[in-house]
Design a protein around this ligand. Structure first.
Ligand code: C5P
Length: 232
């Protein structure tokens, strides 16, 4: 898999999701299914989007005891998704268990990436709410290294951290980066943001784009703008 734009399909239900995907006609963008849609529609929505020919990043951000995560990952793996994720805060033991659960009997598995710190979390929230006192960039790097050491394929991080993650964990360690906004769109609740073009410059492997595409008057045009800035 190479550089790509992943559309965050943060919709309330299947009907809205398919109405959105139908606008793309022959194009099959890589899509991210998050908690809202998965909890509303269950695994069937994954099977249906897969059957339409899309690659899927199933963004459920697992974080539980290793045994529970291992068994849950085995279920997600059977859905044949392309990327799964978990919180690196769940520890190395949890990440290794997740990989075991994800690996199918023939040795294949979806890519597994870790969330370091959410892009909506800033230094102040990390210190006040999580009681983590170190600088946020060091925390992100430490979590990324933990993920790499556990055998994971990459991390979800801000594009602003992609360069450092690659320097620390290797060029092949994937950086999947939300917090993307066009130069002329609203930031919303995201705090550490870049444009698609900046994300490319900073070396992101995949950008995850939600509202700038799903909320655009012409989502297909907004998607193409992302591809033009980030991939082409
Ligand atoms: O609409 P927006 O472009 O902000 O959507 C970003 C998507 O990426 C959302 O689905 C959000 O849950 C997800 N995400 C994030 N930050 C992370 C991990 C995932 O914003 N660290």
């Amino acid at each position: 898999m190479g550089k790509d734009v992943i559309i965050a399909c943060d919709f309330a239900g299947a009907q809205e999701t398919f109405a959105f995907l139908d606008r793309f006609a022959g194009e099959k963008p890589f899509v991210k299914i998050g908690m809202e849609l998965f909890y509303a529609e269950g695994p069937e929505i994954v099977r249906q989007i897969k059957a339409r020919g899309h690659k899927i990043f199933l963004d459920l951000k697992l974080h539980d005891i290793p045994n529970t995560v291992k068994k849950s990952m085995a279920v997600l793996s059977s859905l044949n998704v392309d990327i799964c994720n978990l919180h690196a805060a769940g520890t190395g033991a949890m990440m290794r268990a997740a990989l075991e659960g994800l690996t199918r009997s023939d040795g294949t598995r979806p890519l597994l990436i870790a969330v370091t710190q959410l892009t909506s979390t800033d230094q102040e929230a990390m210190e006040q709410d999580l009681w983590i006192r170190e600088p946020i960039d060091q925390v992100v790097m430490h979590y990324a290294e933990n993920a790499k050491n556990a055998g994971l394929d990459g991390v979800v991080c801000s594009p602003l951290e992609a360069e450092k993650v690659h320097a620390r964990c290797g060029a092949g360690f994937l950086t999947v980066t939300p917090g993307i906004r066009f130069a002329d769109s609203a930031a919303g609740d995201q705090k550490r943001i870049t444009t698609p073009a900046m994300a490319k410059e900073l070396g992101s492997d995949y950008i995850v784009v939600g509202r700038p595409i799903t909320g655009a008057p012409d989502p297909v045009a907004a998607y193409r703008r992302c591809v033009a800035e980030f991939v082409d």
